[in-house]
Write a protein that binds this ligand. Structure first.
Ligand code: PRX
Length: 631
């Protein structure tokens, strides 16, 4: 199923559009099924109702683990690099990982978990995180991994939305020289989570934790009580595999649902092709498993292909900004898949961190999560790839399950800042505001997808209507991505950024409404408006305009109070970079905030604000501009 020439890409692409069922049916033959499908695809985008590989039975962990045992059992599956470089790295072969997953699957069963139950995972980037994810899949439980940067309230909201029965966590995590008390955060969350019966706690940083009788158990104790034999649960191709919460333009994050069969096929196929993975190579994706990139391209994609996947606990700048390059040298990494924000941050340290580092093992480079600017692209190409490693700029989303528009390494000619061409099976179209297709090349529009692909979301947990409204109602019969896009003269795609009220801060997706809700929870705040602005390292920064009429004491302290509130309500990742206190917000006569004006002010460009005479209070704009100049 690996594409090795551009001609083959063109042929496969054509076939995938002309005969999608045959195309994906053939791709799916490369996976292990307990029972074959009777229909490859049935779909309609109106309800929406999408089914891939109907009738087929499988367990994704048999594809990620069992099927490699006979021939590749002793091959490294996961290489774990700890936060502290003085600590030993740990390698899990496929055999070891299989054993650990089966054992922990039995722990889950022993604690009452069964097929269909939702299990929340809030853990550091340690091998046990991958083991916990796979153990859920082994018994048919639905995992909902929550990124370690979210607050107790965010966790509680997510746990309650999907009524999780079990939580898996650790005493704490390391992030550079900081320690984060994960179990404390979980304890705060669980006060408001009546559905949670058990909490399994891994010892990692050895910090004191409170263990509640009857609810909390230690991972280390539990694994002693079970054996390592666990038959995989037989799953229907359309049974739920996991939920992953993501932000949209409304205040409440939604639980994107992926199912077993289609997701597996799509993650495996795209991993093998986009990175041109070769047996024996070492692949390193720097994302966190708490995001979709980690799900698809640290765990499921690579393991389904028998690859060696590096799992890194730490951050790019600890103990020094050479850390990524040290890891590349130490583990002889062949593929490095990272985010533009990390590249920009490392660029800012100059070339010293690269001196003396052997990066010769690198064959393929990848970028994900946000648009990569040309400067960062060239730095990555020249300094890290030495001009020899193709860069795959992979565009996709939590909802798409896997990479959608991207070069295929060694096959597709690359172009700086372009995600280039759709992968086989992906049919992008650009539309104008009214949903009319914009044909031809050298055009811009809103990016939609007009035909289903196996990795697409099936619903949003507990609220199918929301899935329909968010993705399938803006334009009839199309999946709307929320992104703006350019198709250049060569037919190459470049993603220009979100066209809705969603920010992309350091590759993290954050809804402006969510941040506003959090700020508005602060007792002194009357109203706020949040917009994005260009940020050198983060891509986008968060700019908050806040009405706070009766401030006690200094404004600086009030700003810190607001940051504290946002950290409590969402998590530190959503903290505004700039807060401007204002006496009013620019609103239309019907009360709608004119974000366009605020965005321009945040960008520092007040030359062309358009017609402000229709505003309720035109004077407020001048006042905001003057205040913004002083910030
Ligand atoms: O705006 C696009 C941007 O990230 C959004 C999806 O965010 P999330 O669901 O968190 O998934 C991130 C990892 C797949 C998209 O709507 N985005 C993602 N990749 C790119 C990108 N923007 C430009 N270029 C990319 N390669």
């Amino acid at each position: 199923m690996q594409i090795t020439s551009f001609k083959q890409y063109e042929e496969d692409y054509k076939k995938s559009v002309e005969n999608p069922e045959q195309f994906w049916g053939e791709v799916a033959q490369n996976f292990q099924w307990r029972k074959p499908w009777f229909k490859v695809l049935s779909w309609n985008f109106n309800e929406p109702n999408i089914k891939w590989f109907e009738g087929a039975k499988l367990n994704i962990t048999e594809n990620c683990l069992d099927r490699h045992l006979a021939t590749n059992g002793d091959k490294p599956a996961i290489v774990w690099e700890p936060n502290n470089p003085e600590e030993e790295s740990v390698t899990y072969t496929y055999k070891m990982l299989h054993e650990r997953v089966c054992r922990f699957a039995n722990v889950l069963k022993r604690n009452g978990a069964k097929k269909g139950d939702r299990i929340c995972i809030y853990m550091p980037m340690v091998p046990e995180l991958a083991i916990a994810v796979l153990a859920c899949a082994r018994i048919g439980a639905v995992h909902s991994v929550i990124f370690g940067g979210f607050s107790a309230k965010s966790i509680a909201d997510r746990i309650n939305d999907s009524q999780c029965k079990v939580v898996i966590t650790a005493d704490g995590s390391y992030r550079g020289n900081k320690q984060i008390p994960l179990k404390d955060v979980i304890d705060d969350a669980l006060i408001g989570c009546p559905t949670v019966e058990k909490c399994i706690v891994l010892t990692h940083i050895r910090t004191p934790v409170s263990m509640l009788k009857g609810r909390d158990v230690w991972w280390e104790d539990e694994v002693k009580h079970v054996n390592d034999i666990c038959e995989a649960e037989e799953m229907d191709a359309e049974d739920m595999l996991f939920i992953l919460y993501t932000s949209g333009s409304t205040g409440k994050p939604k639980g994107v649902v992926h199912t077993c069969g289609g997701y597996m096929v799509y993650a495996g196929y795209t991993f093998s092709n986009v990175f041109n993975y070769q047996p024996g190579e070492v692949y390193f994706c720097t994302a966190d498993i708490g995001w979709i990139t980690g799900h698809s391209y640290i765990v499921y994609g690579p393991l389904s292909q028998g690859a060696t996947s590096v799992l890194f606990e730490g951050i790019p700048t600890y103990p020094t900004p050479s850390r990524f390059w040290d890891i590349v040298e130490k583990h002889k990494v062949n593929t490095l898949y990272t985010a533009p924000t990390a590249i920009r941050s490392l660029m800012s340290y100059g070339e010293d961190p690269l001196n003396g580092k052997d990066l010769s093992s690198i064959r393929v480079l990848g970028s994900v999560g946000e648009p990569i600017n040309e400067e960062a692209w060239h730095w990555f190409d020249e300094k890290i790839g030495h001009g020899k490693a193709p860069i795959v700029d992979t565009w996709w989303q939590t909802e798409t399950g896997g990479i959608m528009i991207s070069p295929i390494a060694t096959v597709t000619p690359t172009k700086p800042s372009f995600a280039t061409l759709p992968l086989p099976g992906i049919q992008p179209i650009l539309v104008d505001e009214n949903g009319n297709e914009i044909e031809g090349n050298g055009v811009m529009g809103n990016l939609c997808i007009k035909f289903p692909w196996p990795g697409m979301l099936r619903t949003t947990y507990g609220d199918h209507e929301r899935c329909k409204q968010t993705y399938f109602s803006t334009y009839e019969n199309l999946y709307f991505t929320g992104d703006g896009c350019l198709r250049d003269e060569d037919g190459y795609y470049r993603i220009t950024g979100r066209v809705d009220d969603v920010l992309n801060v350091s590759g993290h997706r954050i809804g402006t409404a969510e941040v506003e809700n959090a700020i508005n929870m602060h007792a002194g705040v009357v109203e706020s408006a949040v917009v994005g602005y260009p940020h050198d390292v983060k891509g986008q920064g968060i700019y908050a305009f806040v009405i706070y009429p009766e401030m006690h004491g200094e404004a600086e302290l009030s700003k810190k109070d607001i940051l504290q509130t946002v950290t409590r309500v969402i998590g530190a990742i959503a903290k505004p970079d700039k807060i401007l206190f204002v006496s009013g917000l620019p609103k239309t006569r019907s009360g709608k905030i004119m974000r366009r004006i605020l965005r321009k002010i945040a960008e520092g460009d007040t030359t062309n604000l358009g017609d402000t005479s229709t505003l309720l209070d035109p004077g407020v704009v001048e006042e905001i501009i003057a205040a913004a100049k002083k910030l």
